[in-house]
Design a protein around this ligand. Structure first.
Ligand code: FE2
Length: 247
């Protein structure tokens, strides 16, 4: 069994440093890795990235993250990524990593993702150049996430995104903003590989549990949804959902 701790939308700035650390220090007893589903910071500044690195860096378990839309706000995503990488945190963007955990290979492919909406209520690649550009970004990121997922050689595969791959985990959010919270193309990418679990954030008022059309369990781990420092999920086990909870 592999145990994965996950949270998203922690939006760290100076005032948050120290809030997560006590629960994070207990991670080695509870989980084998920590995945963070984007919106690590409030405005994507280098200072805030350093605060995130202080809070989430130097842990006794590997930490793997994707960036969120907030982490792009200051157009400093490269510098933010460098700060995190220097702190030993793995940042994925249409890429993957494999962790060796007690003889098992845990594969994680991640991407920020993008909006666009879901079946029957989505943006389409038609009309104005701006709309084609918007949908083009969605399709490009989703296609590259799919490629990253299919390329990983591992025993258990996790997809990590910021935007949602299914509408089920958005329940609680206003329907009008679903197209800005995720897109069906991410769900198709996840279903194109033998994905065991899909984790995302972004939807602060959404719901924790959903499933892709292909049957992959989806969990919205946005901090306001899970209401604790992290949830723990199990792979290579009968049930994804763990009885273990964090402080
Ligand atoms: Fe977000």
């Amino acid at each position: 069994m592999i145990r994965i701790a996950a949270v998203g939308d922690v939006h760290v700035d100076k005032d948050v440093v120290g809030r997560y650390r006590p629960a994070l220090e207990q991670l080695p007893e509870r989980a084998d890795a920590l995945l963070v589903a984007g919106d690590l910071t409030r405005h994507g500044t280098v200072d805030e990235a350093q605060c995130f690195a202080t809070e989430f860096g130097g842990l006794a378990v590997p930490v793997v993250v994707v960036l969120g839309n907030h982490d792009h706000q200051s157009d400093q995503e490269q510098q933010v990524t460098e700060v995190l990488t220097d702190a030993g945190i793995t940042v994925l963007e249409c890429s993957s990593t494999v962790l060796e955990i007690r003889g098992h290979r845990l594969g994680i492919a991640g991407a920020k993702g993008f909006g666009g909406g879901f079946a029957g209520a989505c943006a389409s690649n038609f009309g104005e150049r701006e709309m084609k550009t918007f949908v083009g970004v969605t399709e490009d990121i989703s296609a590259r996430l799919g490629e990253a997922l299919r390329a990983v050689e591992c025993d258990a595969l996790v997809a990590l995104t910021h935007y949602a791959p299914v509408p089920e985990t958005l329940i609680g959010e206003p329907l009008e903003i679903y197209p800005f919270l995720g897109c069906y193309q991410l769900g198709n990418a996840i279903d194109s590989a033998p994905t065991a679990l899909a984790l995302h954030g972004h939807a602060h008022h959404g719901s924790e549990r959903g499933r892709t059309p292909g049957g992959v369990p989806v969990r919205n781990v946005a901090h306001p949804v899970i209401k604790q420092a992290y949830n723990v999920y199990q792979l290579l086990s009968e049930s994804v959902d763990s009885e273990l909870v964090s402080a």
